[in-house]
Write a protein that binds this ligand. Sequence first.
Ligand SMILES: Cc1ncc(COP(=O)(O)O)c(C=O)c1O
Length: 451
Amino acid sequence: MNPDLTKVIHRDLRRTYPLLVRGEGIYLYDAEGKRYIDGSGGSAAVTSIGHGVAEVVEAISAQARTLAYTPTHVFTTAAIETCARLIVEEFAPPGFERVWFVSGGSEATENAVKMALQYHRERGNGTKQTVISRWGSYHGSTLGALAWSGNAGRRRPYVGVLPRSEHIPACFPYRCAANGGCPPCDLSCAGHLERVIRQLGPENVAAFIAEPVVGATLAAVPASAGYLQAIREICDRHDVLFIADEVMTGFGRTGRNFAVDHWAVIPDLIACAKGISGGYAPLGAVLAKPEFVGEVRRRGSSFVIGHTSAGNPLSCAAGAAVLRYLRDHDLVRNAAEVGEHFLRRLRALQDRHPMIGDVRGMGLLLGIELAQDRATKAPFLPSLGVAKRVGAATLARGLVSYPGTGTVDGVMGDHLLYAPPLTITCSQVDDLVAILDESLAAVAGEITSLG
Ligand SMILES: Cc1ncc(COP(=O)(O)O)c(C=O)c1O
């Protein structure tokens, strides 16, 4: 829609947005009849089961006909109970038997932190209030979640009003900021957690929050072998809760139900959203163990948090239908298998395109980092806007990518994230890669012509 005609405040106030009218499977269609491959899952790893799934549409419409809304502080519903049971019985790591519902990822991480603070307070450790997180992370855009986020570009404009937070270097061997000596990863990044906890005093630290596979900020960087185990051990030693932010990685995205399953590490709380309802309705959740919830209940209180739309029956009905579809179509396995193929195809692309510095990821959460010089890993100048150019080039050719910048240090660096629906096939991946191939060649030409 033309920026002068729309009444909507769009993200980019100068751009003309294509008008989408329909989605089916991994494809989106605009009003002109143009088809796009949904290569990044609705831009940010949301559309887990693809578009237009009839069973989900039917579940939402049946729920709307029966009961569209009720507040969770007065009633429970079949929709919320069923969705929670499916999460616990079919997807959650061992021990996670309680679900707190919210409406999205930022609410999930903020609520997880509030629950952690209350847990400590109820146990008489009220000074434990600081949250430690990592640079090169994203936990949401509300002020609390943004404070813990380490996405420099998104937090810098608000830095003066963000709650106090502490950041340690990411686990990112390709560009190690922990000791600069990686790869291979020597886990000195995990050592930073221990150091910062000691410096702050464990009596002041409530939680450590991290994405097991970093999504939007670094483009699909998995934790190194042993990293999450080291984090778990440090957190245990200092009575610091480990919150896994699985908003992007949960519900099969990385080829396991949750990304922490790859390392068999059990966090204290898991924040999730996106794939849980596949974009059919806004839904997020915090997963907890019964002992954790019991600690608060024993003291006769309830969690001091609340959102009007939390546990909305339509969202929970959508979530339950999406989770059944994921399970019944074995889509987590598909993500693992097709993800391997996708990774191989991206690595082959790297052989042909010198501007691909690195290819990484797990399952169907894959990233490519662009570099001006692959040997030295020197990034492109930000003024060239290379990731944005590649994103625009793929969009023009019918592929939605998720470009990002600031990969190196919050300012320098360009990357692209791919997170298609978990229903994608190997031959559809080949189509996607062919468009990317052509787009990279076109952008390489553009940059050369700029001198
Ligand atoms: C890892 C992670 N956490 C939190 C969020 C915030 O989720 P939302 O945009 O639904 O608030 C995101 C969104 O991209 C995310 O990727």
